[in-house]
Structures are given as structure tokens and as C-alpha cells.
Design a protein. Structure first.
Length: 344
């Protein structure tokens, strides 16, 4: 694995960071700026980010996991409130099943262990569609067992209701209640266990990349604050205790960036099982690191870090959803333990 950016990847990284920085929410009030959100969504559509895993005409994705991870990290760093991971993972699953991606993939269970595998003709438990923003999005995908593989099914999404913000202020989650009817989706092939392993590997890698971006963004905000906030006539960032906290947080972020980058590369380059293992390792590491980094940011901000106006809690909230999506650190460690014991 070559960790250096190609010229194309470097340009993608630069443009993604610039666009997200220019059009992402500048503060908490900016999250309710409909005009800004619309401009960001239009720019993301024009860039084609959500289509990076679409079929390139030969059955392969337009771009690799590394490129998708670059965009995910940039959006996380600037709290970009635009659907990305949901549509991207949907497109990847649709490409594998050779089906038209006109829905979002629904996750199942409290840990959002998507995609949801449900028995036809109706769901038995609530399912969750993440990044399912917009009235024009009316359905979510689930998987139904078919012999030794899986077929795509479609369930209707409930209407969008303005009931205030959820945990994550930058992404939407729509809940489909138990008992929803599952309609078959026209696809040209069954999804295999290897398909789901690779899809899961990609999802774990991209949620890890989002967490890396969150850590990068909240650290930038916190370091700036520590340089400006003064106590006893000097900046709080000059205190050794604060410097140690920020240095440890920086090390956690850099370690997370390395393991997440390996996972995005592995999603396409390693065997399905090995790619999923790399994704699990990255997710477990990044979830724990993000928790510590966000808590450090709140601590360095002091009292204001616990107020609604401070952006730190928005980073924390986004980290909570990315941590749960496809399973948190506890689930990943259990799965890794099972893999090792099974191999033994």
C-alpha cells in the first residue's frame, strides 16, 4: 500500500476540503440556514461525490475506497450537512446487485448493523435509514434471504416530518416501523456473502474516515480557541496541562488517520474477509479515539464547551452516529475476537 496521494487524490482532497469549508455550517445557527444547505447540496451533486461507487460501465466502481474516504474525511471535518455516506453505500450495493439505486440502505437494530436482513413479506423489527433527507426519497433497501444469497427488497419510508433535531444535527435518520411491507427489487444477480463482506468493509472504512474528519475538525476549533482564550493574562494554550491534552488528542487523530486509510484501501484491494477485518480494526480504533478527542475538546473549552452555541457538541453528536453506524467499538472487538477464535 502506497500512502502517498496521487495527483488526482491530492486535488480531490484539496477541492473537497475547500468546498466543505466554504459551504459547511460556520456555527450552530448556520445549521438552520436553508439557503446555505441548498448551495452545499447543489455543489456536492455537481461534484458527483455520491456517485463515486456507481458502475463505471464494466461492473467496477468509478472510484476506489481511498477516494471515497478522502471526501468522507473532508465532510466530517467541516460538519457538512449533506447526504453522502448513505447514498454512496446504497450505490455500491446497487452496483453489486445490478439494480437501480433509487433508495437508501436501511440499517437494523440498535447498533445499526446494516444493511437490514429481513424476512419477506414484511419487516419484523424497526429499521433505520441514515442520510435519508428529502421528500423525493420515498424508499429504503433491505435484504431478503434467497437460497445461499440475498435479494434486494424495498420498504416505504415515512414522510419527512419536522420534529426538531436528532442526535446528529448534520444528518437525517428516518425510522421505518416494524411490519412494513417488503417489495422485491429488480436486480440481475443475487448478493453473496463476499458481496456483503466487501460492502461492510467499505462502510466500516468510510464511517472511520468520517470520524477522522470529525477529530481533525474539532481539534482545529479547539486549538484556535486555546490560542485566543486568556486566563491570568495569557492564552490557555500556553499551559502545559492543556498542551498535553491537545498533544495526546493529536496523536490519537493521526493514528486514526493511518488505520482508516488502510481500511479504505483494503476495501478494494484485499480479499473480502481480510478487507472486513481491516475495517473492523479501523472502526474500533477510530470510535475510541474520537470519543477521547471530542471529550478533550469539551474540557479545553471549559464552561462554554457545554453550551449550545459552541460547535464542539455538534462534532460530538456527529461522532456518536458515525460510531454507531455499522456497529460501535464493542461490536467490532467482539467480531474480531470471533474471527480469531474461529481461525484458531
Amino acid at each position: 500500500m502506497d500512502t502517498r496521494d496521487t495527483p488526482e487524490q491530492a486535488e480531490l482532497r484539496r477541492s473537497a476540503r475547500r468546498l466543505a469549508g466554504d459551504l459547511g455550517p460556520p456555527n450552530v445557527l448556520g445549521l438552520d440556514d436553508a439557503e446555505r444547505s441548498a448551495r452545499l447540496a447543489a455543489a456536492a451533486r455537481a461534484a458527483g461525490w455520491a456517485q463515486l461507487r456507481d458502475d463505471d460501465g464494466s461492473g467496477h466502481p468509478i472510484a476506489g475506497g481511498v477516494e471515497a474516504g478522502i471526501v468522507a474525511e473532508a465532510l466530517g471535518a467541516h460538519l457538512a450537512d449533506v447526504p453522502f455516506l448513505g447514498p454512496l453505500l446504497t450505490a455500491d450495493l446497487g452496483r453489486r446487485a445490478r439494480a437501480e439505486a433509487s433508495a437508501v440502505v436501511a440499517g437494523y437494530g440498535p447498533s445499526l448493523e446494516g444493511p437490514a436482513v429481513v424476512p419477506a413479506p414484511a419487516t419484523t423489527e424497526p429499521i433505520f435509514a441514515i442520510d435519508a433527507a428529502g421528500e423525493d426519497l420515498t424508499a429504503a433497501w433491505v435484504l431478503t434471504p434467497a437460497g445461499e444469497g440475498f435479494r434486494l427488497g424495498r420498504v416505504a419510508l415515512p414522510p419527512v416530518e419536522d420534529e426538531g433535531h436528532g442526535t446528529d444535527l448534520t444528518r437525517s435518520v428516518r425510522v421505518v416501523p416494524a411490519g412494513a411491507r417488503v417489495e422485491p427489487v429488480a436486480g440481475d444477480r443475487l448478493l453473496t456473502g463476499d458481496d456483503l463482506a466487501r460492502w461492510t468493509a467499505l462502510g466500516l472504512a468510510l464511517t472511520s474516515a468520517d470520524l477522522v474528519g470529525i477529530m481533525r475538525g474539532v481539534l482545529d476549533v479547539t486549538v484556535t480557541y486555546a490560542a485566543q482564550r486568556k486566563q491570568y493574562g495569557v492564552a490557555v494554550g500556553s499551559f502545559q496541562a492543556v498542551q498535553h491534552l491537545l498533544a495526546e488528542a493529536r496523536c490519537l487523530m493521526e493514528g486514526s488517520a493511518s488505520v482508516a486509510q488502510h481500511a479504505t484501501w483494503a476495501a478494494d484491494e484485499l480479499a473480502p474477509g481480510e478487507a472486513r477485518t481491516a475495517g473492523r480494526v479501523a472502526k474500533a480504533y477510530c470510535v475510541r479515539a474520537a470519543r477521547t478527542v471530542c471529550e478533550t475538546a469539551v474540557q479545553v473549552h471549559g464552561g462554554i464547551g457545554n453550551t449550545w452555541e459552541c460547535m464542539v457538541h455538534v462534532y460530538m453528536r456527529r461522532a456518536l452516529l458515525s460510531s454507531a453506524w455499522l456497529g460501535d467499538d464493542g461490536l467490532q472487538l467482539l467480531e474480531l475476537q470471533g474471527e480469531r477464535l474461529g481461525a484458531g
